[in-house]
Design a binder for this molecule. Sequence first.
Ligand SMILES: [Zn+2]
Length: 253
Amino acid sequence: MFEIMRIPAFKDNYIWLLRKGASAVVVDPGDAAPVLEVLDREKLSLDSILITHHHKDHQGGVAQLLENSSARVFGPALESITGRTQALRGGERISLSSLGAMLQVIAVPGHTLGHLAYYGHGCLFCGDTLFAGGCGRVFEGSYLQMHDSLMHLAGLPDETLIYCAHEYTQANLRFASAVEPGNSALSSRNNEVAALRAKGLPTVPSTLGIEKATNPFLRCHVPEIRRAAQARGTLGGDEAAVFAAIREWKNDF
Ligand SMILES: [Zn+2]
């Protein structure tokens, strides 16, 4: 099994580095400098780069990383990805043989239209689709697509570790508490996350089980959340309509 390192970047991004022996794979290197520093310090050689979607804070470091390596670049076929060598649409399995790893590629459109998640060995690298305590903004797809994508991820095992690309958890949970104030698992999580952040510690990865218990965007079937959405003027009562209402609410929260 590979090890996973967290490389903070920019204000609140996380770049994930998977390593085994002297080989490394990075996920969403928005900035090359902190990745190069780790590769150099740990004497690792970059085997592959996995990209979830085209936003600059997820692929902005690829060009510079390729100046120093001949890494393969896996990324969405539907998006413009710097240096991409392996175009993916979802449904593929990719072999990262230097890590002894095989990952499933899952199409999760919504935040962007080609957005991919990578899943395997109990880990999910989901970019800006599912966050700890929240989900990404719907920039390119429809609310229905984003809800379907999140429901697809929610079908993975509860113990799956959620490696999202940003440290947004505390703000996400403030919103979650406004949507579902009666959720006691959520209040406990709020306290735990506040304690971690007060010490400057990360809150990622979380687990899918924790997300299913506390993340409002995976809980559109819950009566309290449905009522909160209806109080904001949702017409239809189906889960995708509830999702759309709370996602729009979060945009202005
Ligand atoms: Zn993004």
